[in-house]
Design a binder for this molecule. Structure first.
Ligand SMILES: [Zn+2]
Length: 275
C-alpha cells in the first residue's frame, strides 16, 4: 500500500464526493493519507482533524492522520489565540505533524519577516509537542532566497530537536535536497515530478537514497500528467510513485514499501495499526 503524505482532504472541492474520493484512494492502493490542516484561513486548521475523525474506522477508506499549521501567507494572522489553537491541536493523537509551514517568497502575500517570525513561533510549539514539521518552501522564481533563509532558521531553531520533518512538494535542487537529508528531513515528491519540464527535479530524485523519500499528491492541486490542471485526489498517487520508481531504478513495490517505512519511522507510528 502507498502513503499519500500530503493531501488537503478538507478542501471545498471535495464537498460533494469526499467519501467516494477516499474510497477511490483505497481501491487504488493508497492505505494511508496525511490530511493537511491549514484551512482556507488559518482559523480552519482544525478541519483536517475533523475529516480524520469523520472517516477513520470505516472499511474501504485509507487510515487518515492530520496535521495543523499556519501557512506562510497566513502568518500575519498568527496571534496568541491562533498559536494556542495550534498547540492544542498538536496535542491530539491523530495530529502527527505541524504544517504546512515555511517560507513562500514566490507569491505576493505576508512580508518575509512576518513569515519567518511565524515560522519560528510554530517551530517552538512543534518542538514542545514533539511533532515533526511539514515544510513548504518556494523562492522568488529561480532564486534560492527562501531556501537560504529556511536553512538558517532550521539550523538555529530545529536541528537540535532531532525531530526532522518533510520537505513537502520538493522543488529545490540537489544542494537543497542534500541539506534537507542532513537535517533529518524526508524529501517528498508530488505530481509535478511527472511534468515534461521537470527534468531538473527528476535528476535530483534519481540521486536520492530510498530511505530519504516520500510521495504525495498535494491534492486537490498538482494532478500528475496527463491530468495536469484537473482536480487532483489521492487515488492519483500511483502515477507519481511509478515515476519515482522509474527514476530510482526500483520496482513500484519497492517505492511503496520504502516510502511507507520512511513515513512510519519519521512519525514514530506502528505500521500494523490500521483501520
Ligand atoms: Zn499543501
Amino acid at each position: 500500500m502507498l502513503i499519500d503524505s500530503h493531501a488537503h482532504l478538507d478542501n471545498e472541492r471535495y464537498a460533494d464526493d469526499r467519501e467516494a474520493m477516499l474510497r477511490r484512494a483505497w481501491d487504488a492502493g493508497v492505505g494511508t493519507v496525511l490530511a493537511i490542516g491549514i484551512g482556507e484561513q488559518a482559523d480552519g486548521m482544525d478541519r483536517a482533524l475533523h475529516v480524520c475523525r469523520q472517516f477513520n474506522g470505516q472499511a474501504g477508506i485509507p487510515r487518515l492522520y492530520a496535521s495543523a499549521g499556519i501557512y506562510p501567507h497566513n502568518t500575519h494572522e498568527a496571534d496568541d489565540t491562533l498559536l494556542a489553537k495550534l498547540d492544542g491541536l498538536l496535542g491530539e493523537p491523530e495530529v502527527i505533524a505541524c504544517g504546512e509551514i515555511g517560507l513562500d517568497y514566490y507569491h505576493e502575500g505576508a512580508l518575509h519577516t512576518v513569515q519567518r517570525e511565524g515560522l519560528v513561533k510554530q517551530l517552538e510549539i512543534a518542538a514542545a509537542r514533539k511533532r515533526p514539521i511539514l515544510i513548504h518552501c518556494r523562492g522568488t522564481n529561480e532564486s534560492t532566497d527562501a531556501w537560504d533563509d529556511l536553512f538558517l532558521v532550521l539550523e538555529e531553531h530545529w536541528r537540535q530537536t532531532g525531530l526532522g520533518g518533510v520537505m513537502h512538494c520538493f522543488g529545490g535542487g540537489w544542494e537543497q535536497a542534500r541539506r534537507s537529508l542532513d537535517l533529518g528531513f524526508l524529501v517528498s515528491f508530488a505530481g509535478n515530478l511527472t511534468y515534461p519540464k521537470a527534468k531538473p527535479l527528476r535528476d535530483v530524485a534519481a540521486k536520492l537514497p530510498l530511505d530519504g523519500v516520500l510521495v504525495e499528491t498535494d491534492a486537490p492541486w498538482l494532478a500528475p500528467a496527463p491530468d495536469r490542471g484537473k482536480r487532483n485526489e489521492p487515488a492519483f498517487m500511483t502515477r507519481t510513485a511509478q515515476t519515482l520508481a522509474g527514476l530510482m531504478g526500483v520496482t513500484e513495490e519497492e517505492i511503496a514499501s520504502a516510502t511507507t517505512k520512511n513515513f512510519f519511522k519519521l512519525f514514530r507510528l506502528r505500521s500494523d495499526v490500521g483501520n
